[in-house]
Design a protein around this ligand. Structure first.
Ligand SMILES: Cc1cc2nc3c(=O)[nH]c(=O)nc-3n(C[C@H](O)[C@H](O)[C@H](O)COP(=O)(O)OP(=O)(O)OC[C@H]3O[C@@H](n4cnc5c(N)ncnc54)[C@H](O)[C@@H]3O)c2cc1C
Length: 419
């Protein structure tokens, strides 16, 4: 079959790989200069089934409300005039009950675990470097209260089969000497030995090369403007370089998926949640943290990536702007420097901001739409690196008419109100 994939981020390129494996003829289209040049460019790098908690939870509405007058909240609501933001917000708030948070967390955990196993398969098949770092991730807490609460909350992940070790302050530093300077700031941590990390941009770019080697066309600098339709079918994607025809089309456009889907007559519950990322050269690679992790009380994620340290923070439900200024990074840089003063060259920051394609549940949308030859693999939110390889395999299995390896609960467009 001739499959045209819209978008060359993590979701698009992993989809391309799985479709090629199944013997399809694949074309990928993207307006950027290179694959993984938008949201997949500089994420925190964490492959984190051990952090699959749903963002929509009972405590979040209060945090969002407080964020209207305080700038120090990890999740910030910035009201806009866009009615899509308000519609999305209502759907998100409906997910903020204890019961919905539990269901969504369990579903996310299952997808993350499956996806990590698929990542291992892809890594074995392709055998390339992407600053992969295995052996675990550390989720640490600064106060006894938050640490104790986290240990209780982690029961839900343990019940789903995630192995979690509870470490006291000394054990944290023994496990990761890179956190030695942070010892006094840490009350304790949850350590997930099976979690890992890697550079999503390098991964996506190299996988795109492997796709080309297998015969895929990956066309960059190609702006998708709409669709040509005949009856209920899409016959071609219209681009600034002319139409591209195919038998089946996969929308993997991240936060822009709703814009093009609207032209096909359906609206997707995906809204951008902005995050900030800074990459620093290591001062001395020996002094980088051994593992990536999260400073949970500040929702500050950090990750050693080869000779670099990547740090990300903040979830801002605002607009489609990726603009940023050095002052946006001041607090997160200060906190990182306090934790790991000797790890990085703090005078050489590389700043970036990206838009997480969030659904209200935090689960992606994967499968066929009512336009029978238009499919979706989009809406991976804050875990699109972790969920990418599994989502792509699910998509390919569905296209092949096979049952996916895990249930599609909460991800199937046919069961959502998107039509
Ligand atoms: C700060 C931050 C930290 C994160 N940390 C992690 C983490 O540690 N672990 C994790 O698992 N996930 C993380 N994520 C989430 C992850 O990065 C995203 O879920 C993932 O990158 C989304 O990939 P995507 O392919 O869906 O979207 P994108 O990467 O945005 O790809 C969509 C592509 O579509 C293209 N496109 C859009 N419109 C058009 C058009 N009209 N014509 C042509 N092309 C178009 C864009 O150019 C883009 O390349 C993080 C995200 C952020 C922002």
């Amino acid at each position: 079959m001739r499959i045209v994939i819209l978008g060359a981020g993590l979701a698009g390129i992993t989809s391309a790989w799985e479709c090629l494996r199944d013997g399809h003829q694949v074309t990928v289209l993207d307006r950027a200069e290179a694959p993984a040049d938008f949201t997949s460019r500089a994420n925190a790098g964490l492959i984190a089934p051990g952090h699959a908690f749903a963002w929509a939870s009972p405590s979040v509405p209060r945090i969002m409300l407080r964020s209207l007058w305080r700038n120090d909240q990890a999740i910030r609501f910035r009201p806009s005039a866009n009615p899509r933001q308000w519609r999305w917000l209502m759907q998100f708030l409906r997910q903020c009950t204890a019961q919905r948070a539990r269901v969504n967390t369990l579903r996310k955990t299952r997808l993350c675990q499956y996806s990590q196993s698929r990542l291992h398969t892809v890594a074995e098949e392709t055998d390339f470097h992407y600053d992969r770092n295995t052996g675990g991730l550390i989720y640490f807490y600064r106060s006894d209260r938050s640490f104790e609460a986290a240990a209780i909350k982690s029961e839900i992940l343990s019940s789903a089969g995630v192995k979690i070790e509870i470490l006291n302050r000394q054990q944290v530093v023994e496990r990761d000497p890179g956190l030695a300077d942070a010892q006094n700031a840490i009350a304790g941590a949850l350590f997930v030995p099976t979690d890992e990390s890697g550079d999503a941009r390098t991964f996506t770019n190299t996988l795109a090369e492997r796709c080309r080697e297998r015969g895929a066309e990956v066309r960059m600098q190609t702006e998708i403007t709409g669709f040509s339709k005949k009856g209920g079918h899409v016959t071609a994607v219209n681009t600034n370089r002319g139409p591209v025809s195919g038998d089946l089309f996969v929308v993997a456009l991240g936060v822009f998926s709703p814009m093009l889907s609207r032209q096909l007559g359906f609206s997707l519950p995906i809204y951008p949640v902005k995050g900030y990322s800074v990459t620093l050269p290591a001062a001395d690679p020996e002094l980088l943290p051994r593992f990536g992790g999260v400073d949970e009380d500040n929702l500050l994620a950090y990750c050693p990536m080869g000779n670099r340290l990547r740090v990300t923070a903040t979830a801002e439900i605002g607009s489609y702007s990726t603009r940023h200024q050095p002052r946006d990074f001041r607090v997160m840089l200060q906190k990182t420097q306090d934790l790991m003063p000797r790890a990085a060259q703090y005078s050489k920051p590389d700043y970036w901001a990206g838009l997480r394609p969030m659904t209200p549940t935090g689960l992606p949308i994967i499968g066929r739409t009512h336009r029978s030859n238009v499919w979706l693999n989009t809406g991976h939110g804050h875990m699109g690196w972790t969920m990418s390889c599994g989502s792509a395999r699910i998509l390919a299995d569905l296209i092949a008419g096979q049952n996916p390896q895990i249930p599609l609960d909460g991800m199937d467009p046919a069961t959502m109100r998107i039509m």
